[in-house]
Design a binder for this molecule. Structure first.
Ligand SMILES: *Cc1c(COP(=O)(O)O)cnc(C)c1O
Length: 407
């Protein structure tokens, strides 16, 4: 969102008030231009190697976003049959989709493999099953748990020793025994460290572990370093220097390929990095309460629409788009759910009046996809702004949607 010379916030020239008037409030809005820019940034940073982007679509599965990704040459990483089907609906071929399950029923893996997906095998029992079922007729990748803690928030770390994800690198002998027993065709090694990782060091550290593990596997085509690049959450935030990170990882990767004796593909599975900054949750202030302890701003939304602050303590920058130049005051910004649902505590905002439109930034990843119908509330509509045009890409829910599955 940009502040114009007339002191108005706009998304590709369109004011939030216009969007709310047309599509209602609360409203998820995605800026397609930002998604294109982020994809280009990543491609540019890794232009020296054979890099493929597999968008981790659990961050945002709106079909319009998936179609946009497909148009700009980004493939998919999915974690469930539902996400796989949405990928297909968005026009992806089965073999452009990687399935990265986490202890799922083997039938889900079977369905994905038979539809052409490539699987990241995440446990010894699944590897055994894969061998018994397919022998060497289907390739797969192995998800390695490198036992590295990185990222700073334990709730979103996925590669430390206590994490449930992947097969511990310490079990390499067991992995190799199963691979040998079934003559498995292992075409790649995968790892995903977690989220909000700013520096190149953790990526290099886990890359080195995968490179060392790679010497046991002669048929590799892919090294998949997962996602987790940090994004900017507020003005002046330290973010990943993508060019620097790209240079460092590319250099190390090229050296590895030289030693391995073949040029491999380097895969990444970013979610947040590609879509977080593209998204806004536009909400309307319903009540401003000047309490002796604190000023409260209630909005027409809650943890049912954006659970990240309550779930992980995530920071979302908030703009009062109706009064950008107002005098700043401290507020607790809270939702309408009957449960404590605080979005921000003692947040400095230009004075808020009832009816003002507050925009939450970084709402493009893990926003709508983590929303619920708690308190029998409807999920918001979603709008994609692309080429300076705002398009409704999901309608707002109604009572009928809540009743659809009830008998
Ligand atoms: C969630 C997830 C990602 C994406 O993480 P971000 O922090 O959004 O980049 C990548 N790979 C796997 C396997 C995941 O589960």
């Amino acid at each position: 969102m940009q502040l114009s010379e007339q002191n108005k916030y706009t998304i590709q020239g369109i004011e939030p008030a216009e969007l709310v008037e047309k599509f209602g409030s609360p409203l998820y809005v995605y800026d397609g231009g930002t998604i294109r820019r982020k994809v280009n940034e990543l491609k540019h940073a890794f232009s020296g190697v054979n890099m493929k982007i597999k968008y981790a679509c659990k961050a945002n599965t709106n079909l319009a976003v998936l179609r946009l990704m497909r148009e700009i040459g980004v493939e998919l990483d999915v974690v469930s049959p539902g996400e796989f089907e949405m990928g297909k609906l968005a026009g992806y071929a089965g073999n452009q989709i990687t399935f990265t399950p986490s202890g799922v029923p083997f039938a889900e893996v079977q369905a994905a493999v038979e539809a052409g997906a490539i699987v990241n095998v995440d446990s010894i029992p699944l590897l055994e099953w894969f061998g018994q079922t397919y022998g060497n007729t289907k390739p797969c990748l192995i998800r390695i748990k490198p036992n590295v803690a990185a990222g700073g928030n334990i709730k979103i770390m996925t590669a430390h020793a206590d994490s449930k994800f992947g097969i511990s690198v310490l079990l390499i002998d067991q992995i190799l025994a199963v691979v040998k027993k079934y003559d498995l065709k292992i075409i790649g090694l995968h790892q995903h460290t977690g989220s909000d990782i700013k520096d190149a060091e953790p990526f290099l550290q886990v890359a080195d572990i995968l490179f060392a593990t790679a010497k046991h596997f002669p048929d590799l085509e892919i090294i998949d370093l997962g996602g987790g690049f940090k994004v900017s959450y507020q003005p002046g935030d330290a973010v990943t220097d993508m060019e620097l990170l790209g240079n460092k990882i590319s250099e190390r990767f090229k050296n590895f390929c030289d030693e391995y004796g073949r040029e491999l593909q380097l895969w990444f599975e970013p979610g947040k990095f590609l879509v977080s900054e593209s998204g806004y949750l536009l909400t309307t202030s319903t009540v401003v309460k000047e309490d002796p302890a604190r000023n409260f701003v209630h909005i027409d939304s809650g943890l049912n629409h954006l659970i990240r602050p309550m779930m992980y303590g995530s920071y979302h920058h908030i703009l009062n788009t109706s009064n950008p130049a107002g005098e700043e005051k401290l507020y607790n910004v809270v939702g309408y759910i009957c449960e404590t649902d605080t979005f921000a505590t003692d947040r400095k905002l230009p004075e808020v009046s009832q009816g003002d439109i507050l925009a939450f930034l970084n709402a493009g990843a893990y926003g709508f996809t983590m929303s619920s119908n708690y308190n029998a509330r409807f999920r918001p509509a979603e709008v994609l702004v692309d080429h300076e045009e705002a398009k409704l890409v999901r309608r707002r829910e109604t009572l009928e949607d809540l009743l659809r599955t009830q008998m």
